[in-house]
Design a protein around this ligand. Structure first.
Ligand code: FES
Length: 81
């Protein structure tokens, strides 16, 4: 099970973390339902950098919904199946 955490702390929330969550949700449902789990996380201490995402313990900053497909392909799909 691949674990994807999206920061929903106040700073990331204001920068659109909900849209990032939706983008991940959509791709997971389409490609690997039940094989990746999406979680909200508290502040990860990168507030000035934009929305923070953690995939399998690896942290990514400044994530926008446009970045999600690439992150999905590179860091989630290889761990599926
Ligand atoms: S609010 Fe997201 S890293 Fe701080």
């Amino acid at each position: 099970m691949v674990e994807v955490e999206v920061c929903v702390g106040s700073s990331c929330f204001l920068r659109g973390s909900q849209e990032v969550v939706k983008a991940f949700q959509h791709l997971i449902e389409q490609n690997c339902p039940g094989q990746a789990v999406l979680k909200g996380s508290f502040c990860m201490g990168q507030c000035t950098e934009g929305v923070t995402v953690k995939i399998q313990g690896r942290q990514f900053c400044c994530v926008t919904p446009q970045d999600v497909p690439e992150l999905f392909e590179k860091y989630i799909l290889p761990h599926i199946g």
